[in-house]
Write a protein that binds this ligand. Structure first.
Ligand code: COA
Length: 258
């Protein structure tokens, strides 16, 4: 079905493997279009409860946008490339109602780093490397990198990474707060699936509302007001009644996602 993606569904977890190993899984137009379709499937297929995005092989997660597609673009087309990518893929991942985790198994550079940052959180293998090397190409990140990186690691660290184009190791990325866990390469997918199994056992509508609230993070009263609204909405769900009843009856809850 896909030229550059391999997808599989196991225990409700949909794994999307970006597979262009000869080009270190770089994001060309076709990969972006296929990722967009795969993310739509995550949103719409009720059998999918969560998603993992990873790269084929052990060398790269994604080594960036495909540099071969850059030279023929003018300024308007450059803007269009950035806007289309953000709307078709990165924003949809961030706003997915189902948890979406990046399993970073090697180089996550440029658009690859941005792809991981757009996911709800990141697990990485010990050999993973992160960076935004666009300035080496006379470019800046265009898939949300200047915004998400700054939000996640703060202004000064973001400035240094974005202006130097330097790479950081998985361990440094964990110290920065980019990565939640660093694990051996051969355990990466299993460990990512394990945390998703835990999340999938929780009330799905509550999990979706957590995603919405965190994405609406705001220093002002607006963020707190949004949480109040979402908290109230939980009381209209069967899952909340089931969760509270199960606790009081000292049994495990059975959530229906309603
Ligand atoms: N776009 C297009 N092709 C890419 C690519 C990208 N972002 N990243 C790697 N490739 C291709 C290389 O051109 C090479 O193709 P070839 O074998 O046809 O020549 C192949 O992938 C392997 O990469 P190579 O550079 O030979 O591997 P390496 O181990 O020497 O270096 C990297 C690995 C990741 C350090 C290096 O490939 C690199 O710097 N890539 C570009 C990273 C980048 O600038 N990303 C941001 C883009 S906006």
């Amino acid at each position: 079905m896909y030229q550059f993606l391999v997808t599989s569904l196991e225990n409700g977890t949909f794994t999307i493997v970006i597979s262009r190993p000869d080009k270190l899984n770089a994001l060309n137009k076709t990969v972006i279009a296929e990722l967009s379709t795969a993310i739509d499937e995550v949103h719409s297929n009720p059998e999918i409860k969560s998603a993992i995005i990873t790269g084929a092989g052990t060398k790269a997660f994604v080594a960036g946008a495909d540099i071969n597609e850059f030279l023929q673009l003018d300024s308007t087309q450059g803007e269009e490339l950035s806007r289309r990518g953000q709307q078709l893929v990165f924003d949809k991942i961030e706003n997915s109602p189902k948890p979406t985790v990046a399993a970073v198994n090697g180089f996550a550079l440029g658009g690859g780093c941005e792809l991981a940052l757009a996911c709800h959180f990141i697990y990485a293998s010990e050999n993973a490397k992160f960076g935004q090397p666009e300035v080496n190409l006379g470019l800046i990140p265009g898939y949300g990198g200047t915004q998400r990186l700054t939000q996640i690691i703060g202004r000064n660290r973001a400035m240094e990474l974005l202006m130097s184009g330097n790479m950081i190791t998985a361990k440094e990325a964990m110290e920065y707060g980019i990565v939640n866990k660093v694990v051996p390469s051969d355990e990466l997918l299993a460990r990512t699936k394990e945390i998703l199994m835990t999340i999938q056992s929780r009330a799905p509508l509550a999990v979706s509302k957590v995603i919405e609230c965190v994405n609406n993070f705001d220093h002002t009263q607006q963020g707190y007001d949004f949480e109040i609204k979402k908290f109230g909405e939980c009381f209209a769900t069967d899952d909340m009644k089931e969760g509270a009843t199960a606790f009081l009856e000292k049994r495990k809850p059975k959530f229906a996602g309603k």
